[in-house]
Design a binder for this molecule. Structure first.
Ligand code: PEP
Ligand code: CO
Length: 450
């Protein structure tokens, strides 16, 4: 028997419409928008309540220091690049990183993509001007197109439906790859061996050698590798477009409780985390585990207001704070926040996003980041938690499985001139495959020494 939600719960799911909602597109035609979302409401869920519940349990383990979250993927997925090859490469990179982190930390790693739904972006300016022509800014493929023409840049609600379809095909491939043998630990280990054969990574040789020996030991001891062939892999995106997220919010027929079925984990961005705003309100009413990005200006009161709104009962695993302070600020700003939240007593899982506080413009004009600076923020994050006796619960990164040149540095030394070679992102610069693995080895050492 399916249980219906009470009327007040259903009405509550529309309350966000009365509240200020930052960073929403100006859809030109209300009737077209309504037609699209009406259709979307009829389409099947992309994820299921039980999956979101099991993820909540794993994030609770990360909060206690019994697991570690690895969340990674593009700044913005695009329809054009949601191809089998690109998706496979991203999954492969995350699995490779997870294997290294699992060894380093001696902990289960919770694997999560910024994938299968990351199609919308908040932008600092609503408009973009080029050569005297002003058009709406690109807000992600779920809203408008990137080409600088009036037709492409006009928000189109049909894109919400396309975003759903691309999310569905992506999650289908994720499920196939991670359940169908591609996640076999022996395979993942072989890929990592391939990475280590490059002399540029000699400084990680000791750790790589240890992992190699551990694999041989497991083999000799008769570990059932076939049982290690599948992994749980969760999806996540920024819950930015309220019309989309609202249409994907459904009532679980077993419990009568609302879940956002567009992804397992949804996060609220730094620019839309107002405690009395529409985003916080809508997500306060669903059962999924929820993240909130916290930038360097966040006050202790801000953080506690978010706990009040999103996790009033202090349920473990429900709320994750994803801090993105910048390498120069984290050691000063993070301790006060962690202390305030810890003193409150309601648990939050602390995760480090070392990307968004460290974006710079290179001399040749590219929006980029330095790998060394990114790693410095991760080190700062671990130092702060170590000093306070609290738990560094995970890592949130923008990465791709391809050999792009968007982030400076790394052992293969992408320099400013190299950025032009293969700079493909439409929004923020991503670690490439190599840089991602390098980060995993670096963080594995931090986890080991924790
Ligand atoms: C992002 O994660 O791509 C993003 C926009 O981050 P933030 O909300 O932290 O600025
Ligand atoms: Co980004």
């Amino acid at each position: 028997m399916s249980i219906k939600a009470p009327e007040d719960v259903l009405a509550g799911l529309q309350h966000w419409r009365n509240l200020p909602a930052a960073h929403q597109p100006e859809w030109p035609d209300a009737a077209e928008l309504s037609a699209a979302t009406t259709e979307l409401r009829e389409w099947p869920p992309l994820v299921f309540a039980g999956e979101a519940d099991s993820l909540r349990g794993k994030l609770a383990a990360a909060q206690r220091g019994e697991a570690f979250l690895l969340q990674g993927g593009d700044c913005a997925e695009t329809f054009a690049e949601s191809t089998a090859d690109r998706i496979r490469n991203k999954i492969r990179t995350i699995l490779q990183m997870a294997a290294v982190l699992t060894y380093g930390g001696g902990l289960p790693v919770v694997k999560m993509g910024r994938m299968a739904g990351q199609y919308a972006k908040p932008r600092s300016n609503n408009l973009e001007t080029r050569d005297g022509v002003t058009l709406p800014a690109y807000r992600g493929d779920a809203v408008n197109g990137h080409p600088f023409t009036e037709a492409a840049r006009t928000p189109d609600p049909q894109r919400l439906l396309r975003a759903y379809h691309h999310s569905a095909t992506t999650i289908n491939l994720i499920r196939a790859f991670t359940q169908g043998g591609y996640a076999d630990l022996r395979l993942v280990h072989d890929w990592n061996r391939g990475f280590m054969s490059n002399p540029a990574y000699a400084r990680y040789e000791v750790l790589a050698g240890e992992i190699d020996r551990a694999m041989r030991f497991m083999n000799a001891a008769g570990v059932d590798f076939d049982a290690l062939k599948t992994v749980d892999f969760y999806t996540s995106h920024e819950a930015l477009l309220l019309e989309y997220e609202s249409a994907m919010t459904r009532i679980d027929s077993r419990t009568g409780t609302p879940y956002n079925t567009s992804g397992h984990f949804l996060w609220i961005g730094e620019r839309t985390r107002q405690a009395d705003g529409a985003h916080v309100d809508l997500l306060s009413r669903v059962r999924n585990p929820i993240g909130v990005k916290l930038g360097p200006t966040t006050t202790g009161d801000d953080a506690l207001a978010l706990v009040d709104r999103l996790n009033p009962d202090g349920e473990p695993g429900r709320l994750t704070f994803i801090t993105r302070m910048g390498a120069g600020r984290i050691r000063d700003v993070l301790p006060g926040l962690v202390e305030r939240v810890t003193a409150d007593g309601r648990p939050a899982t602390w995760v480090c996003d070392p990307m968004h506080g460290n974006t710079i413009t290179s001399p040749s004009g590219y929006k980029t980041r330095e790998l060394a600076t990114v790693l410095d923020e991760v080190h700062g994050f671990f130092e702060v938690h170590h000093a306070l006796g609290t738990v560094p619960g995970g890592l949130h990164v923008e990465l791709t499985g391809d050999d792009v040149t968007e982030v400076l540095g790394g052992s293969e030394e992408v320099d400013d001139a190299a950025l032009a070679r293969r700079y493909e992102t439409l929004v923020d610069p991503r670690l490439n495959h190599q840089q991602s693995l390098e980060m995993a080895f670096d963080v594995a050492e931090l986890l080991r020494d924790r």
